[in-house]
Write a protein that binds this ligand. Structure first.
Ligand SMILES: N[C@@H](CCC(=O)N[C@@H](CS)C(=O)NCC(=O)O)C(=O)O
Length: 217
């Protein structure tokens, strides 16, 4: 099989890149990575060398391009036979919450951009942002209550694509000090202690680029 190359954006700001990267890491997929800094004059020219959407992440497997974080996670799940819960009901919930994240939470995305190395940022709380935070808190409580008993992740023992999808949300909640339930705080601690996430954060701290529009609070 051809070698896998994952093209990602700045680790500090690219939440979609983190999802694909951390899923591949947890599923034990071997890959090399290429960082393409966002918001530069040649960003799109560089992205175009890997995939057609003008967006990162993109996974290249020889001539094959797989773009969009969720499609990359699905590709990795097919490759490894892992990534989604084994039980049908848990798998359906994991897919539902991953899709909900993928297509929703626009207020959270806009008002609390991922800024992995930033701490103690504060922004005005709006009703729409509070609703997104509450809904995510509810999702994590629901998963942990129904399927989390065996281990620390949303669906218990095994790290799933749902955990990967929500990893950048944990970073946002941490940066902007979201008010959340005890269960969510506990789940956030699990995610923040994850060695793979720690590796991503260490690399993010060494990046010199800043994107002023994403420096809020
Ligand atoms: N739905 C896509 C979204 C990808 C996306 O918006 N990526 C951003 C970086 S986080 C990007 O490539 N932006 C490039 C640009 O806007 O110039 C996915 O899941 O991969």
């Amino acid at each position: 099989m051809a070698q896998l190359t994952l093209a990602i954006g700045n680790r500090n700001y690219s939440s979609w890149s983190l999802r694909a990267w951390i899923a591949l890491r947890h599923l034990g997929v071997e890959f090399t990575e290429v960082v393409i800094p966002l918001d530069q004059a040649d960003t799109h020219e560089q992205i175009d060398r890997y995939g057609p959407s003008g967006r990162l992440p993109v996974l290249r497997v020889g001539e094959l391009a797989v773009w969009d974080s969720l499609a990359i996670c699905e590709y990795a799940a097919e490759l490894t036979g892992r990534g989604w819960p084994r039980a049908s009901e848990a798998r359906a919930l994991a897919r539902s919450i991953s899709a909900e994240l993928h297509s929703g939470f626009s207020n959270l995305r806009a008002l609390w951009p991922m800024n992995a190395r930033a701490r103690n940022r504060r922004t005005a709380m709006t009703a729409a942002l509070a609703a997104d935070v509450e809904r995510i808190d509810e999702i994590w409580n629901d998963c942990r209550r129904r399927f989390g008993a065996g281990g620390p992740w949303l669906f218990g023992t095994d790290y799933t694509i749902a955990d990967a999808m929500y990893a950048p949300v944990v970073l946002r909640f941490n940066t902007y000090a979201a008010r959340v339930s005890d269960t969510t705080r506990w789940y956030m601690a699990t995610v923040l202690e994850d060695p793979a996430l720690q590796e991503w954060l260490s690399a993010a701290r060494t990046e010199s680029w800043t994107i002023p529009a994403d420096e809020v609070g």
